[in-house]
Design a protein around this ligand. Sequence first.
Ligand code: ZN
Length: 479
Amino acid sequence: MSRSFSLLTSAFLLGTLTLSACGGRPPQPRIAPAPNPTLAIVRANLWDGTGRAVVSNAVTLVRAGRIVCAGAAGECLVPPGARIIDAHGKWLIPGLIDSHVHLLFLTHGSAGEDLSLDLRNLLAQGITTVRDMGTNPAELLSRVNTLSMTPRVYAMQLVAGRRFFFNGFRGTRTARGTVYRQPPAMTMQSLGWTPMLYTSDTDPDSVVEAARSAGAMGLKLYAQLDVESVRELTQAAHRVGMPVWGHAWVQPASALEQLMSGQDGVVHAAGLAGELFSAGERDTLVDDGRLQVATADVATVGSAHDPRVLEALDSMARRGTIFEPTLDATYHSVAYFNAKRRHIPSEQEEYVRAASGFGIEVTREAVRRGVRISAGSDHVAYGPAIERATLIGELRLLVDSVALTPRAALLAATRDAARAIGGEPGRRLGTIVAGHYADLVLLNKNPLEDIDNLDSIEWVMKAGRIWRPGQLRSGIAMR
Ligand SMILES: [Zn+2]
Protein backbone atom coordinates (compact mmCIF):
# COMPACT_ATOMS: atom_id res chain seq x y z
CA MET A 1 0.00 0.00 0.00
CA SER A 2 2.80 2.36 0.92
CA ARG A 3 4.68 1.52 -2.24
CA SER A 4 1.66 2.03 -4.46
CA PHE A 5 0.97 5.30 -2.66
CA SER A 6 4.52 6.57 -3.23
CA LEU A 7 4.44 5.33 -6.84
CA LEU A 8 1.20 7.19 -7.44
CA THR A 9 2.71 10.32 -5.97
CA SER A 10 5.79 9.98 -8.18
CA ALA A 11 3.68 9.34 -11.27
CA PHE A 12 1.66 12.44 -10.52
CA LEU A 13 4.78 14.58 -10.07
CA LEU A 14 6.32 13.08 -13.22
CA GLY A 15 3.19 13.86 -15.22
CA THR A 16 3.24 17.47 -14.05
CA LEU A 17 6.88 17.85 -14.94
CA THR A 18 6.37 16.27 -18.35
CA LEU A 19 3.55 18.66 -19.19
CA SER A 20 5.62 21.70 -18.16
CA ALA A 21 8.63 20.43 -20.07
CA CYS A 22 6.62 20.01 -23.27
CA GLY A 23 5.56 23.62 -23.01
CA GLY A 24 2.32 22.82 -24.80
CA ARG A 25 0.22 25.06 -22.55
CA PRO A 26 0.27 28.78 -21.90
CA PRO A 27 1.74 29.76 -18.49
CA GLN A 28 -0.79 29.23 -15.68
CA PRO A 29 -1.14 31.58 -12.70
CA ARG A 30 0.60 30.11 -9.63
CA ILE A 31 -1.82 28.59 -7.15
CA ALA A 32 -0.52 27.69 -3.70
CA PRO A 33 -0.73 23.89 -3.35
CA ALA A 34 -3.45 22.66 -1.02
CA PRO A 35 -1.96 21.31 2.22
CA ASN A 36 -1.56 17.58 2.06
CA PRO A 37 -4.53 16.08 3.92
CA THR A 38 -2.41 13.18 5.18
CA LEU A 39 -1.52 12.92 8.87
CA ALA A 40 1.68 11.03 9.65
CA ILE A 41 2.23 9.64 13.16
CA VAL A 42 5.94 8.96 13.27
CA ARG A 43 8.46 7.26 15.59
CA ALA A 44 5.87 5.46 17.74
CA ASN A 45 6.08 1.85 18.88
CA LEU A 46 3.26 0.37 16.82
CA TRP A 47 1.20 -2.56 18.13
CA ASP A 48 -1.27 -3.05 15.31
CA GLY A 49 -3.37 -5.86 16.80
CA THR A 50 -2.87 -8.16 13.82
CA GLY A 51 -0.58 -10.48 15.76
CA ARG A 52 2.66 -9.12 14.36
CA ALA A 53 5.43 -7.98 16.72
CA VAL A 54 5.70 -4.37 17.84
CA VAL A 55 7.19 -2.17 15.13
CA SER A 56 9.48 0.45 16.63
CA ASN A 57 10.10 3.80 14.98
CA ALA A 58 6.88 3.23 12.97
CA VAL A 59 5.06 5.42 10.49
CA THR A 60 1.27 5.45 10.44
CA LEU A 61 -0.46 7.46 7.74
CA VAL A 62 -4.07 8.60 8.12
CA ARG A 63 -6.19 10.30 5.50
CA ALA A 64 -9.91 11.00 5.28
CA GLY A 65 -10.64 9.01 8.43
CA ARG A 66 -8.87 5.87 7.24
CA ILE A 67 -5.50 4.24 7.77
CA VAL A 68 -3.47 4.59 4.59
CA CYS A 69 -0.37 2.75 5.72
CA ALA A 70 1.06 1.47 9.03
CA GLY A 71 4.46 -0.09 9.42
CA ALA A 72 8.20 0.46 9.57
CA ALA A 73 9.62 3.74 8.31
CA GLY A 74 10.81 2.02 5.12
CA GLU A 75 7.36 0.49 4.52
CA CYS A 76 5.36 3.71 4.77
CA LEU A 77 6.78 6.83 3.17
CA VAL A 78 5.62 10.16 4.55
CA PRO A 79 4.27 12.19 1.63
CA PRO A 80 5.56 15.74 1.22
CA GLY A 81 3.44 18.29 3.04
CA ALA A 82 1.84 15.78 5.42
CA ARG A 83 1.05 16.99 8.92
CA ILE A 84 3.39 15.18 11.28
CA ILE A 85 2.86 14.05 14.86
CA ASP A 86 6.07 13.01 16.55
CA ALA A 87 5.19 10.10 18.87
CA HIS A 88 8.74 9.17 19.82
CA GLY A 89 8.83 6.64 22.66
CA LYS A 90 5.03 6.32 22.81
CA TRP A 91 2.78 3.39 22.00
CA LEU A 92 0.22 3.37 19.23
CA ILE A 93 -2.54 0.76 19.51
CA PRO A 94 -5.96 0.24 17.86
CA GLY A 95 -8.90 2.05 19.44
CA LEU A 96 -10.35 -0.16 22.18
CA ILE A 97 -13.68 -1.93 21.74
CA ASP A 98 -16.12 -2.74 24.53
CA SER A 99 -18.38 -5.39 23.01
CA HIS A 100 -20.93 -5.31 25.85
CA VAL A 101 -22.49 -2.12 27.17
CA HIS A 102 -26.01 -0.87 27.98
CA LEU A 103 -26.31 2.80 27.16
CA LEU A 104 -29.90 3.96 27.26
CA PHE A 105 -31.74 4.49 30.53
CA LEU A 106 -34.83 6.62 30.18
CA THR A 107 -35.43 6.86 33.91
CA HIS A 108 -36.61 10.13 35.43
CA GLY A 109 -37.76 11.30 32.05
CA SER A 110 -34.44 11.87 30.31
CA ALA A 111 -31.20 10.06 29.65
CA GLY A 112 -29.84 12.75 27.37
CA GLU A 113 -27.22 14.23 29.68
CA ASP A 114 -26.14 10.92 31.19
CA LEU A 115 -25.74 9.34 27.78
CA SER A 116 -23.66 12.16 26.37
CA LEU A 117 -21.34 12.33 29.40
CA ASP A 118 -20.96 8.60 29.54
CA LEU A 119 -20.04 8.36 25.86
CA ARG A 120 -17.45 11.11 26.26
CA ASN A 121 -16.00 9.31 29.24
CA LEU A 122 -15.79 6.05 27.30
CA LEU A 123 -13.95 7.80 24.49
CA ALA A 124 -11.58 9.37 27.04
CA GLN A 125 -10.68 5.83 28.14
CA GLY A 126 -9.56 5.00 24.60
CA ILE A 127 -12.81 3.17 23.75
CA THR A 128 -13.66 4.06 20.17
CA THR A 129 -16.34 1.41 19.57
CA VAL A 130 -19.05 -0.10 21.73
CA ARG A 131 -21.81 -2.61 21.16
CA ASP A 132 -25.00 -1.94 23.07
CA MET A 133 -26.23 -5.38 24.09
CA GLY A 134 -29.83 -4.44 24.29
CA THR A 135 -31.68 -1.33 25.28
CA ASN A 136 -33.67 0.44 22.58
CA PRO A 137 -31.78 0.53 19.28
CA ALA A 138 -33.90 3.13 17.45
CA GLU A 139 -33.96 5.63 20.32
CA LEU A 140 -30.32 5.07 21.25
CA LEU A 141 -28.95 5.41 17.73
CA SER A 142 -30.96 8.54 16.99
CA ARG A 143 -29.65 10.16 20.20
CA VAL A 144 -26.05 9.11 19.47
CA ASN A 145 -26.34 10.62 15.97
CA THR A 146 -26.83 14.06 17.49
CA LEU A 147 -23.57 13.82 19.49
CA SER A 148 -20.05 14.43 18.22
CA MET A 149 -17.82 13.15 21.03
CA THR A 150 -18.79 9.51 21.11
CA PRO A 151 -17.40 6.09 20.27
CA ARG A 152 -18.96 4.29 17.32
CA VAL A 153 -22.13 2.69 18.65
CA TYR A 154 -23.61 -0.56 17.34
CA ALA A 155 -26.78 -1.98 18.84
CA MET A 156 -28.35 -5.39 19.32
CA GLN A 157 -32.07 -6.14 19.71
CA LEU A 158 -33.27 -7.94 22.83
CA VAL A 159 -35.60 -10.91 22.27
CA ALA A 160 -37.28 -12.99 24.99
CA GLY A 161 -40.02 -15.56 25.42
CA ARG A 162 -43.58 -15.35 26.71
CA ARG A 163 -42.90 -15.75 30.44
CA PHE A 164 -40.55 -12.80 30.32
CA PHE A 165 -43.55 -10.64 29.39
CA PHE A 166 -46.44 -12.36 31.15
CA ASN A 167 -45.77 -14.11 34.43
CA GLY A 168 -49.22 -13.41 35.83
CA PHE A 169 -47.59 -11.70 38.82
CA ARG A 170 -47.26 -15.18 40.26
CA GLY A 171 -45.83 -15.23 43.73
CA THR A 172 -42.77 -17.11 44.91
CA ARG A 173 -42.96 -18.72 48.34
CA THR A 174 -39.97 -17.86 50.53
CA ALA A 175 -39.24 -18.29 54.24
CA ARG A 176 -40.55 -14.77 54.83
CA GLY A 177 -43.73 -15.20 52.86
CA THR A 178 -44.78 -14.88 49.24
CA VAL A 179 -42.84 -12.46 47.03
CA TYR A 180 -44.64 -11.06 43.99
CA ARG A 181 -42.62 -9.86 41.03
CA GLN A 182 -43.68 -7.95 37.99
CA PRO A 183 -42.71 -9.51 34.67
CA PRO A 184 -39.06 -8.71 33.92
CA ALA A 185 -40.08 -7.20 30.57
CA MET A 186 -42.08 -4.57 32.44
CA THR A 187 -39.01 -3.56 34.46
CA MET A 188 -37.08 -3.23 31.21
CA GLN A 189 -39.83 -1.25 29.54
CA SER A 190 -39.89 1.18 32.46
CA LEU A 191 -36.27 2.00 31.55
CA GLY A 192 -37.36 2.74 27.98
CA TRP A 193 -35.97 -0.52 26.64
CA THR A 194 -37.73 -2.44 23.89
CA PRO A 195 -37.44 -6.22 24.32
CA MET A 196 -39.27 -8.14 21.57
CA LEU A 197 -41.57 -11.04 22.31
CA TYR A 198 -41.02 -14.37 20.60
CA THR A 199 -43.40 -17.31 20.93
CA SER A 200 -44.04 -20.44 18.90
CA ASP A 201 -46.71 -18.43 16.99
CA THR A 202 -44.32 -15.65 15.98
CA ASP A 203 -42.81 -15.50 12.52
CA PRO A 204 -39.05 -15.37 13.22
CA ASP A 205 -38.37 -13.44 10.00
CA SER A 206 -40.72 -10.66 11.16
CA VAL A 207 -38.76 -10.34 14.44
CA VAL A 208 -35.53 -10.08 12.50
CA GLU A 209 -37.06 -7.51 10.13
CA ALA A 210 -38.38 -5.41 13.04
CA ALA A 211 -34.95 -5.52 14.69
CA ARG A 212 -33.31 -4.45 11.47
CA SER A 213 -35.66 -1.56 10.92
CA ALA A 214 -34.98 -0.40 14.49
CA GLY A 215 -31.32 -0.13 13.46
CA ALA A 216 -30.07 -3.24 15.30
CA MET A 217 -27.24 -5.17 13.71
CA GLY A 218 -28.09 -8.46 15.41
CA LEU A 219 -30.21 -10.26 18.00
CA LYS A 220 -29.46 -10.69 21.68
CA LEU A 221 -31.41 -13.64 23.07
CA TYR A 222 -32.23 -12.74 26.63
CA ALA A 223 -34.42 -15.19 28.52
CA GLN A 224 -37.25 -17.67 28.53
CA LEU A 225 -36.55 -19.18 25.15
CA ASP A 226 -36.60 -22.90 24.44
CA VAL A 227 -34.29 -24.67 22.05
CA GLU A 228 -36.76 -24.50 19.11
CA SER A 229 -37.11 -20.74 19.55
CA VAL A 230 -33.34 -20.30 19.68
CA ARG A 231 -32.93 -22.34 16.51
CA GLU A 232 -35.69 -20.53 14.58
CA LEU A 233 -34.43 -17.06 15.56
CA THR A 234 -30.81 -17.93 14.81
CA GLN A 235 -31.64 -19.32 11.39
CA ALA A 236 -33.85 -16.33 10.52
CA ALA A 237 -31.15 -13.85 11.54
CA HIS A 238 -28.46 -15.74 9.66
CA ARG A 239 -30.60 -15.73 6.51
CA VAL A 240 -30.09 -11.97 6.35
CA GLY A 241 -26.52 -11.99 7.64
CA MET A 242 -27.26 -10.79 11.19
CA PRO A 243 -25.35 -12.27 14.15
CA VAL A 244 -27.12 -13.83 17.14
CA TRP A 245 -25.76 -13.64 20.66
CA GLY A 246 -27.34 -14.88 23.82
CA HIS A 247 -27.07 -15.14 27.54
CA ALA A 248 -25.61 -18.33 28.82
CA TRP A 249 -28.26 -19.75 29.28
CA VAL A 250 -31.67 -18.49 28.09
CA GLN A 251 -33.88 -20.67 30.32
CA PRO A 252 -34.83 -23.32 29.43
CA ALA A 253 -32.40 -23.68 26.49
CA SER A 254 -28.92 -24.47 27.81
CA ALA A 255 -25.73 -22.87 26.52
CA LEU A 256 -24.83 -26.12 24.77
CA GLU A 257 -28.22 -26.17 23.03
CA GLN A 258 -27.72 -22.55 21.99
CA LEU A 259 -24.33 -23.46 20.53
CA MET A 260 -25.80 -26.42 18.66
CA SER A 261 -28.36 -24.02 17.18
CA GLY A 262 -25.54 -22.02 15.61
CA GLN A 263 -25.56 -18.99 17.91
CA ASP A 264 -22.51 -16.77 17.26
CA GLY A 265 -21.59 -15.69 20.76
CA VAL A 266 -22.31 -16.40 24.41
CA VAL A 267 -22.26 -13.83 27.22
CA HIS A 268 -21.71 -14.14 30.99
CA ALA A 269 -19.32 -16.79 32.27
CA ALA A 270 -21.45 -17.20 35.40
CA GLY A 271 -24.38 -18.29 33.25
CA LEU A 272 -22.60 -21.53 32.40
CA ALA A 273 -24.01 -22.66 35.75
CA GLY A 274 -27.15 -23.42 33.73
CA GLU A 275 -25.35 -26.47 32.34
CA LEU A 276 -25.39 -27.94 35.85
CA PHE A 277 -29.18 -28.30 35.90
CA SER A 278 -31.05 -31.23 34.38
CA ALA A 279 -33.39 -30.61 31.43
CA GLY A 280 -36.35 -30.98 33.84
CA GLU A 281 -34.90 -28.45 36.28
CA ARG A 282 -34.18 -26.03 33.47
CA ASP A 283 -37.81 -26.21 32.42
CA THR A 284 -39.09 -25.31 35.86
CA LEU A 285 -36.37 -22.97 37.12
CA VAL A 286 -37.64 -20.03 35.13
CA ASP A 287 -38.65 -17.84 37.99
CA ASP A 288 -36.07 -15.17 38.78
CA GLY A 289 -35.92 -15.66 42.53
CA ARG A 290 -35.63 -19.43 42.44
CA LEU A 291 -33.07 -19.27 39.68
CA GLN A 292 -30.74 -17.09 41.72
CA VAL A 293 -30.96 -19.33 44.77
CA ALA A 294 -30.49 -22.48 42.70
CA THR A 295 -27.50 -20.95 40.88
CA ALA A 296 -25.88 -19.90 44.16
CA ASP A 297 -26.21 -23.52 45.28
CA VAL A 298 -24.56 -25.13 42.25
CA ALA A 299 -22.00 -22.53 41.10
CA THR A 300 -18.72 -23.18 42.87
CA VAL A 301 -15.06 -23.03 41.90
CA GLY A 302 -15.16 -26.85 41.75
CA SER A 303 -18.28 -27.10 39.57
CA ALA A 304 -16.63 -24.90 36.93
CA HIS A 305 -14.73 -28.08 36.00
CA ASP A 306 -17.89 -30.20 35.73
CA PRO A 307 -17.91 -32.25 32.48
CA ARG A 308 -21.18 -30.56 31.38
CA VAL A 309 -19.61 -27.10 31.63
CA LEU A 310 -16.48 -28.31 29.86
CA GLU A 311 -18.56 -29.86 27.08
CA ALA A 312 -20.14 -26.47 26.38
CA LEU A 313 -16.73 -24.77 26.39
CA ASP A 314 -15.25 -27.41 24.06
CA SER A 315 -18.19 -26.92 21.74
CA MET A 316 -17.47 -23.16 21.67
CA ALA A 317 -13.81 -23.81 20.86
CA ARG A 318 -14.70 -26.24 18.06
CA ARG A 319 -17.29 -23.96 16.51
CA GLY A 320 -15.35 -20.73 16.92
CA THR A 321 -18.17 -19.30 19.05
CA ILE A 322 -17.02 -16.20 20.89
CA PHE A 323 -17.27 -16.00 24.66
CA GLU A 324 -17.76 -12.78 26.59
CA PRO A 325 -17.19 -13.49 30.30
CA THR A 326 -18.23 -10.01 31.66
CA LEU A 327 -16.25 -10.50 34.85
CA ASP A 328 -15.99 -6.86 35.91
CA ALA A 329 -19.74 -6.44 36.40
CA THR A 330 -19.83 -9.33 38.89
CA TYR A 331 -16.66 -8.03 40.52
CA HIS A 332 -18.37 -4.65 41.07
CA SER A 333 -21.36 -6.39 42.64
CA VAL A 334 -19.07 -8.29 45.03
CA ALA A 335 -17.26 -5.03 45.88
CA TYR A 336 -20.62 -3.46 46.67
CA PHE A 337 -21.38 -6.15 49.27
CA ASN A 338 -17.81 -6.03 50.63
CA ALA A 339 -18.13 -2.30 51.21
CA LYS A 340 -21.34 -2.59 53.26
CA ARG A 341 -20.78 -1.71 56.88
CA ARG A 342 -23.56 -3.89 58.22
CA HIS A 343 -23.72 -7.39 56.86
CA ILE A 344 -27.25 -8.54 56.22
CA PRO A 345 -27.28 -11.96 54.53
CA SER A 346 -29.26 -11.96 51.29
CA GLU A 347 -29.95 -14.27 48.36
CA GLN A 348 -28.58 -11.60 46.06
CA GLU A 349 -25.25 -11.54 47.88
CA GLU A 350 -24.96 -15.33 47.90
CA TYR A 351 -25.68 -15.39 44.19
CA VAL A 352 -23.14 -12.67 43.37
CA ARG A 353 -20.34 -14.27 45.38
CA ALA A 354 -20.99 -17.72 43.86
CA ALA A 355 -21.24 -16.28 40.33
CA SER A 356 -17.97 -14.39 40.72
CA GLY A 357 -15.77 -17.35 41.75
CA PHE A 358 -17.48 -19.71 39.30
CA GLY A 359 -17.26 -17.21 36.41
CA ILE A 360 -13.53 -16.63 36.80
CA GLU A 361 -12.83 -20.35 36.96
CA VAL A 362 -15.04 -21.02 33.90
CA THR A 363 -13.15 -18.31 31.99
CA ARG A 364 -9.83 -19.93 32.89
CA GLU A 365 -11.11 -23.23 31.52
CA ALA A 366 -12.36 -21.47 28.38
CA VAL A 367 -8.92 -19.96 27.73
CA ARG A 368 -7.23 -23.29 28.42
CA ARG A 369 -9.53 -24.95 25.88
CA GLY A 370 -8.90 -22.42 23.13
CA VAL A 371 -12.22 -20.52 23.25
CA ARG A 372 -11.98 -17.06 21.68
CA ILE A 373 -12.64 -14.29 24.19
CA SER A 374 -14.13 -10.88 23.57
CA ALA A 375 -13.70 -8.24 26.26
CA GLY A 376 -17.19 -6.95 27.01
CA SER A 377 -17.64 -5.27 30.37
CA ASP A 378 -21.45 -5.04 30.79
CA HIS A 379 -20.90 -1.35 31.47
CA VAL A 380 -24.09 0.64 32.11
CA ALA A 381 -24.41 4.35 31.39
CA TYR A 382 -26.37 5.05 34.53
CA GLY A 383 -25.83 5.35 38.29
CA PRO A 384 -22.71 6.33 40.23
CA ALA A 385 -19.68 6.19 37.91
CA ILE A 386 -17.70 4.21 40.47
CA GLU A 387 -20.22 1.37 40.34
CA ARG A 388 -20.11 1.01 36.56
CA ALA A 389 -18.14 -1.88 35.11
CA THR A 390 -15.37 -0.75 32.77
CA LEU A 391 -13.41 -2.24 29.93
CA ILE A 392 -10.10 -1.63 31.66
CA GLY A 393 -11.52 -3.37 34.74
CA GLU A 394 -12.46 -6.35 32.56
CA LEU A 395 -8.96 -6.42 31.05
CA ARG A 396 -7.35 -6.24 34.49
CA LEU A 397 -9.40 -9.24 35.63
CA LEU A 398 -8.53 -11.16 32.46
CA VAL A 399 -4.84 -10.54 33.23
CA ASP A 400 -4.81 -10.81 37.04
CA SER A 401 -7.42 -13.52 37.66
CA VAL A 402 -7.59 -15.47 34.41
CA ALA A 403 -3.83 -15.16 33.72
CA LEU A 404 -4.09 -13.89 30.15
CA THR A 405 -1.00 -12.00 29.03
CA PRO A 406 -1.58 -8.27 28.56
CA ARG A 407 -1.16 -8.91 24.83
CA ALA A 408 -3.93 -11.55 24.80
CA ALA A 409 -6.18 -9.26 26.84
CA LEU A 410 -5.56 -6.42 24.37
CA LEU A 411 -6.46 -8.69 21.44
CA ALA A 412 -9.75 -9.45 23.23
CA ALA A 413 -10.49 -5.71 23.28
CA THR A 414 -9.36 -4.96 19.71
CA ARG A 415 -9.09 -7.54 16.93
CA ASP A 416 -11.24 -10.22 18.56
CA ALA A 417 -13.87 -7.78 19.83
CA ALA A 418 -14.23 -6.44 16.26
CA ARG A 419 -14.67 -10.00 14.98
CA ALA A 420 -17.12 -10.68 17.78
CA ILE A 421 -19.33 -7.76 16.77
CA GLY A 422 -19.09 -8.73 13.10
CA GLY A 423 -20.62 -6.62 10.32
CA GLU A 424 -18.84 -3.36 9.61
CA PRO A 425 -16.64 -3.51 12.76
CA GLY A 426 -15.50 -7.00 11.71
CA ARG A 427 -14.37 -5.62 8.36
CA ARG A 428 -13.03 -2.19 9.33
CA LEU A 429 -12.03 -2.06 12.99
CA GLY A 430 -9.85 -3.70 15.62
CA THR A 431 -6.49 -3.61 13.83
CA ILE A 432 -4.28 -0.89 12.39
CA VAL A 433 -4.06 -1.85 8.74
CA ALA A 434 -4.50 0.05 5.48
CA GLY A 435 -8.15 0.59 4.63
CA HIS A 436 -9.42 0.31 8.22
CA TYR A 437 -11.04 3.24 10.01
CA ALA A 438 -8.48 5.47 11.70
CA ASP A 439 -9.46 4.67 15.30
CA LEU A 440 -6.27 4.79 17.38
CA VAL A 441 -4.96 5.35 20.88
CA LEU A 442 -1.56 6.83 21.68
CA LEU A 443 -0.22 5.77 25.09
CA ASN A 444 2.73 7.13 27.02
CA LYS A 445 3.57 3.72 28.49
CA ASN A 446 3.78 0.18 27.15
CA PRO A 447 0.46 -1.69 27.65
CA LEU A 448 2.10 -5.02 26.79
CA GLU A 449 4.26 -4.71 29.88
CA ASP A 450 1.44 -3.78 32.23
CA ILE A 451 -2.24 -3.61 31.29
CA ASP A 452 -2.67 -0.70 33.73
CA ASN A 453 -0.66 1.38 31.26
CA LEU A 454 -3.88 1.73 29.27
CA ASP A 455 -4.42 4.58 31.73
CA SER A 456 -1.54 6.55 30.20
CA ILE A 457 -3.50 7.97 27.27
CA GLU A 458 -1.93 10.86 25.36
CA TRP A 459 -4.75 11.09 22.85
CA VAL A 460 -7.59 9.13 21.27
CA MET A 461 -8.41 9.23 17.58
CA LYS A 462 -11.73 8.29 16.02
CA ALA A 463 -12.11 8.47 12.23
CA GLY A 464 -8.97 10.59 12.06
CA ARG A 465 -10.13 13.13 14.66
CA ILE A 466 -8.03 13.52 17.81
CA TRP A 467 -9.02 14.31 21.41
CA ARG A 468 -7.03 14.45 24.60
CA PRO A 469 -8.76 12.75 27.57
CA GLY A 470 -9.08 16.06 29.41
CA GLN A 471 -11.08 17.61 26.57
CA LEU A 472 -13.56 14.76 26.74
CA ARG A 473 -13.74 14.43 30.51
CA SER A 474 -14.20 18.09 31.34
CA GLY A 475 -17.97 17.71 31.17
CA ILE A 476 -17.89 14.90 33.73
CA ALA A 477 -15.57 16.84 36.05
CA MET A 478 -17.98 19.77 36.08
CA ARG A 479 -20.81 17.66 37.52
ZN1 ZN B 1 -25.54 -7.01 29.67
